[in-house]
Ligand binder design. Structure first.
Ligand code: E4P
Length: 217
């Protein structure tokens, strides 16, 4: 499973990228607003750090305007994936932008039918929002499994980009189901390294290192 980091914070992207943990980046208007930076400027900087797909989201609601915005975003760098919302107009924009050779990430997906439409419209990525379904007492992971089954049934090439990831459990479950990509905040990716038994084991080893005065350097 590829890891995308879900942020527009340059320091977080650089830290994870140096460890080989970043296969791509996703941003959205809320993350751009949080960064306090201009969308074109910050997206360009992210694209200069990361070689994989960098999702940049359109702001318009009408297909023609989304297409114009998408073309402008795509000019930032060759690794831009234009992000459009899963509306009828978004699907129209997806089709045009995909046919022009751009990567397109269709976002705000909350049902298997929406994912089916995005694949038909030529989406490179479909972004089902796991956490936001969990928030309303539905099971976001069930949606990932449903889309996996449907795409595999028909050989759709659209990649399942599990989004709205809130926990380390979401990460391992998405990997088990077979999501192609999971996009998560840097904090979730880093928390995957944690285990209480690792901490406990290390404390025991440190006590013995101290007792036996073990030195390597
Ligand atoms: C990424 O593409 C999505 O916009 C993001 O994962 C949404 O996450 P949230 O539901 O935590 O805002």
């Amino acid at each position: 499973m590829k890891f995308f980091v879900d942020t527009a914070e340059i320091d977080q992207i650089k830290e994870l990228n140096e460890l080989g943990m970043v296969d791509g980046v996703t941003t959205n208007p809320s993350l751009i607003a949080k960064s306090g930076r201009d969308i074109l400027e910050v997206t360009k900087e992210i694209c200069s750090i990361v070689s994989g797909p960098v999702s940049a989201e359109v702001t318009a609601l009408k297909a023609d305007e989304m297409i114009a915005e998408g073309r402008k975003l795509a000019k930032i760098a060759p690794n831009i994936a234009v992000k459009v919302p899963l509306t009828w107009d978004g699907l129209k924009a997806c089709k045009v932008l995909s046919d022009e050779g751009n990567m397109v990430n269709v976002t705000l997906c909350f049902s298997a039918n929406q994912a089916l439409l995005a694949a038909k419209a030529g989406a490179t990525f479909i972004s089902p929002f796991v956490g936001r379904l969990d928030d309303i007492n539905l099971d976001g992971l069930d949606l990932i499994a449903d889309i996996r089954q449907i795409y595999d049934n028909y050989g759709f090439k659209t990649q399942i980009l599990a989004a709205s990831i809130r926990s380390v459990n979401h990460m391992s479950e998405c990997a088990k189901i077979g999501a192609d990509v999971a996009t998560a905040p840097a904090s979730v990716i880093k928390a995957m390294a944690n285990h209480i038994l690792t901490d406990k084991g290390l404390a025991g080893f440190l006590a013995d290192i101290e007792k036996a005065k073990i030195k390597i350097l």
